[in-house]
Design a protein around this ligand. Structure first.
Ligand code: LMR
Length: 392
């Protein structure tokens, strides 16, 4: 049997982790995978998470199964954080999932179950695992223009033109905030135009919200998702707690489905069914920590304060890098770094330049020149800027 297996393409982001590990140079700099790091290079366990874990250890009396959809308190608390009061909860079904990837996978499986012929539209570029999972599931996909390689901002004209071809029932995957991999985002007016267009086309939005709190703040980063949630008859939202709670390995996510109130029972039943088929009960530890934090005023305040520190640190690094690049290139070519939001910026370097940065300077970034801003610190910003100036 196994001799029928063919080698699978390696995920470029995960491949980079391995290459970085194997590089013996002590001066190497990792700007690859999207993991937050503090100034010392550590991905810390957040204070509120540690406190919740300690309390959980004391009070947890059983590890028996939770609900198939996850703990109702978790789903309610996290859906509330994402949606605010944008939609009535009588329209909202949800399941806890293993991380944001689990939520994306379950969303796509639900779409396949309901409308196997639907085309899923992806921004070009997008997170590479989006097309990979869609291909694996044998679903149809199409691309809409997103990134303007000249300005390193959003190609809004191209985006609107391409999304004009969406057919009723097609699914459009939108990054709720902090676009991965580009770091370029729609402004509020552009979001409103996209929503008006997609409502008119009869599209079903699938929002990927993996970085709430990493861009302009917890509430601001949810604004587009809330606008989408309140504008369409049917919406799917795949959200992750990996980054904003720093609980990457706990695999903590949620899939939210919004539809007609009288269809909620069937929608919820299908979400439960998909959980059962794929892994039965979703992971609980991270979800329980998130619930404890969101339900406890003191823990929540401390978590929000630390998340804000993380966000402001990344914004400071953006500004420092943009300033330094302005200085060493004597141009405004890289000013966009300061206006991008989230963990990532696509620098617009060629693949050959990215290879030179890695081989000659020990600086690791994804092949499309996406950098993880949080991989930098005050010491490495000038090193990166000088290296970019040298290769570009
Ligand atoms: C990334 O894009 O680096 C993160 O979302 C991590 C991952 O799983 O790819």
């Amino acid at each position: 049997m196994f001799d029928h297996l063919k080698p699978q393409p390696q995920d470029k982001i995960l491949q980079l982790i391995q290459m970085f590990r194997e590089d013996p140079r002590t001066t190497k700099i990792d700007l690859g995978v999207g993991v937050y790091k503090d100034a010392t290079g550590l991905t810390p366990v957040m204070r509120a998470v540690k406190a919740a874990e300690k309390k959980l250890w004391e009070v947890e009396t059983t590890k028996t199964y939770t609900g198939l959809a996850g703990e109702p308190a978790y789903n309610a608390a996290l859906a509330g954080m994402i949606l605010g009061d944008a939609v009535g909860m009588e329209r909202v079904a949800s399941v806890a999932t293993p991380g944001g990837t689990g939520a994306i996978r379950q969303a796509l499986e639900l779409i396949k179950l309901a409308t196997p012929e639907a085309t899923v539209w992806l921004s070009n570029p997008t997170w590479p695992n989006h097309p990979s999972i869609i291909k694996y599931l044998g679903m149809k996909m199409a691309e809409y223009r997103y990134f303007d390689a000249e300005t390193r901002g959003v190609d809004f004209g191209g985006l609107i033109e391409d999304l004009g071809a969406v057919k009723a029932g097609d699914v459009v995957l939108l990054h709720g905030c902090c676009h991965n991999p580009t770091g370029a985002n729609l402004d509020a007016g552009q979001w409103a135009q996209v929503v008006t267009l997609l409502v008119a086309r009869g599209a079903v939005p699938l929002v990927d919200l993996a970085y709430q709190g990493f861009g302009d703040g917890l509430e601001a980063d949810a604004a587009a998702t809330r606008l989408v949630a309140s504008s369409f008859p049917e919406v799917l939202i795949a959200a992750s707690c990996s980054k904003n709670f720093g609980i990457y390995r706990e695999r903590t996510g949620i899939l939210v489905g919004i539809g007609a109130a009288d269809g909620k029972g069937v929608l919820q039943g299908n979400l439960n069914f998909l959980n059962r088929q794929n892994y039965s009960f979703p992971p609980d530890h991270g979800a329980r920590l998130v619930t404890m934090i969101l339900e406890d005023a003191a823990l929540k305040a401390d978590w929000q304060a630390e998340l804000e520190e993380v966000r402001l640190n990344m914004l400071g690094l953006r500004k420092a890098l943009a300033d330094e690049l302005r200085r060493v290139t004597n141009s405004d070519r890289f000013d966009f770094v300061a206006t991008h939001r989230g963990m990532f910026s696509r620098l617009g370097l060629t693949e050959a330049q990215v290879v030179r940065l890695r081989e000659e300077h020990g600086i690791y970034m994804v092949g499309d020149s996406r950098i993880n801003i949080a991989g930098l610190n005050a010491r490495t910003v000038p090193i990166l800027a000088a290296a970019i100036a040298q290769v570009s």
